[in-house]
Design a protein. Sequence first.
Lengths: 431, 431
Amino acid sequence: MHIVDLIAKKRDGYPLTKEEIEFIIQGYTKGKIPDYQISALLMAIYFENMNDEESTYLALAMRDSGDSIDLSEIPGIKVDKHSTGGVGDKVTLVLGPLLASLGVKFAKMSGRGLGHTGGTIDKLESIPGYQVVLEAEDFIEQVKKIGIAIVGQSGDVAPADKKLYALRDVTATVECIPLIASSIMSKKLASGADAIVLDVKVGHGAFMKTEADAVKLAKLMVEIGKLAGKKVTALLTGMDEPLGHKIGNALEVYEAIETLNGEGPKDLVDVTVEIGAHLLLDAQIETDFEVAKVKLQEALQNGTAYEKFLELVEAQGGDLDRLDDPSLLLSKNTVEVLSEKEGYVMDINALDIGKAAMRLGAGRETKEDTIDLDVGLDLHKKIGSYVKKGESIATLYVREKGIDEAKSLILNAISIGNQEKHIVLIKQTIK
Amino acid sequence: MHIVDLIAKKRDGYPLTKEEIEFIIQGYTKGKIPDYQISALLMAIYFENMNDEESTYLALAMRDSGDSIDLSEIPGIKVDKHSTGGVGDKVTLVLGPLLASLGVKFAKMSGRGLGHTGGTIDKLESIPGYQVVLEAEDFIEQVKKIGIAIVGQSGDVAPADKKLYALRDVTATVECIPLIASSIMSKKLASGADAIVLDVKVGHGAFMKTEADAVKLAKLMVEIGKLAGKKVTALLTGMDEPLGHKIGNALEVYEAIETLNGEGPKDLVDVTVEIGAHLLLDAQIETDFEVAKVKLQEALQNGTAYEKFLELVEAQGGDLDRLDDPSLLLSKNTVEVLSEKEGYVMDINALDIGKAAMRLGAGRETKEDTIDLDVGLDLHKKIGSYVKKGESIATLYVREKGIDEAKSLILNAISIGNQEKHIVLIKQTIK
């Protein structure tokens, strides 16, 4: 097999075989095939696409380039969820304890990642003492014992994907649905879960801007999952405004705690319950979708979900006393952002709200950046809210940096007009 | 300017500006832009094409990446020709002396190149003593004095093209008309000539397999030449069978000498005279195309062209005594290839005939290969010839290697049937 022939084959619109894709990924991971041939191939894929089988072979070959997590020691059906990323997305922090409180096994390895805020792992680190690194046996043991563990990624998961992604980033081949789907699924297929719900965000605050693209991505990921023998469901959920109100690491833990205590914002609760209901069915704990939703709502209201969260934090070494008043996790320095107009909030540019949090120090722009866990913002208004001139639309939790920039980003991100607008949050379910 | 933005721009189908193309070529030549970004760009160009202006900017930027030849010291109009490459193409060896004998200034730098046989320079080296390296002043001086010099490429001509070509070769981006046209023209524009005829070969023995592709390439090269201020004509000529009969370095010198003495094969004479007539007009020596053709035919018949050839060889140090019987330049070991069928030659796979010569040692497969100047083959039959079973269809001039392989390549390359077929040699003229 010669790589130049395979580039030509894809360039000419022919599908690559399983063996050819394995040859490419193994050769690239081992450094036998140079970047300049892979980048030409990626651009050919950008133009000529890959079918479902090719995308699956690619995801599997990337999964097999590194370590997979073996959860077989944990009895029962293990579940996982993945979000394609949105502003204010703290669903995992709520969903994990919620599901575990109903008997689902939630063994989650999570990333730090780049973005407006840190990843789930950064957020959990805002709880003093919380240990994100566990030995594999302790991780398994904890899930067996209390039904949940959330730790940082350990081992070398899908190194081929890391290498490919870095190359795509500098060769204008990121925006390619089969490559995006294979990249996400290579890591999900390594996670050891039996059932996975993919939360595909759509809207101007998401990576997928249009519903058509989001559907394509969702369908392909579900297909890859099926071909790889997993139970996969994708939900299309709106990212036309941030999810919930709070954006920032400790701020999102705070809002997760509110939600686990039955006082969460409606959109966050709705998305969490929708995903949770699918996974309760997948885990064969409930058989009726509507009943499952009721059970989940109850667990948020009656304190059992929050109890499980406290069990999780305690098991991983977090200081429970510090959670009695989670507002103490936030920066003491606050700044109000006052509205300059009166009317209904018509639109919120979620990306710019995310950028505002990043400017305050909540997120990383490059892998080397450190983040301030206690900064961020609390957005008091959502699309459809009425706002008066001079009223606070957001509270910033700040250190020194980025305050003016964050203010102006937020003011520009919010469009105020005279119509009370409603948006649809859960758009489609793809199985 | 960021290269990743330029890759995305081309990927999305937008034309690149002059400044952007210069930024890319300068950055790549200096090693500031890595191969893996350029190969992604090349594949994007493969799919999205380049318009005439972009192709011209690319050719000029590649020309300007290295040395250009200054022929301004030579009075009058300097001419050049270029062939896209075919089997048995020894036109330059005949055309140069022929034109010079009629007063045209022919200052030619030629390559060695890869292929079935060596380049023009390798062929001339089969004349004992012929010096292919001349100092720039001596080169100019010789053209001023006798009207012709044919030397090897000196200086660093279009290094960006060399680097790009090597990358295209390993990334399946060779077959892309704007890239082919820019590559050829970058070197032609550096050659210092005022008028250029491009001999674009078409047919299964040529790089361009279809007339439609050959026309595209020809038109684009003519357009680039015009935009760069040169007088450029392209001829489409057939490469459905080898040009002439002899393939191999000394063998082609031999056939050139026959042709310069009025005894050349019709196809070689026709192509040479057609190109020559355009250049006689371009050089303002003749004004009527048909008259020009007659003058050229006469110069081949009356010995003046051959006399000029001898002047050229003498000026560059070649041993004229050895040209009295040019068959002495060939290997003494010959093998006949006998026909296994009887009938008309319906088709000759020129590429396989070229390969046969290469297997005997006449050509290079890699830059490092050495070639045997005295080997090759003399094909006695052309399309339309009648051949009897057991009759010799080719004489091989051999050393030890490749004899059986060459025989079987030749036998398989020649289709024998019952129709007397005629082919059109000069297909189109594009100005």
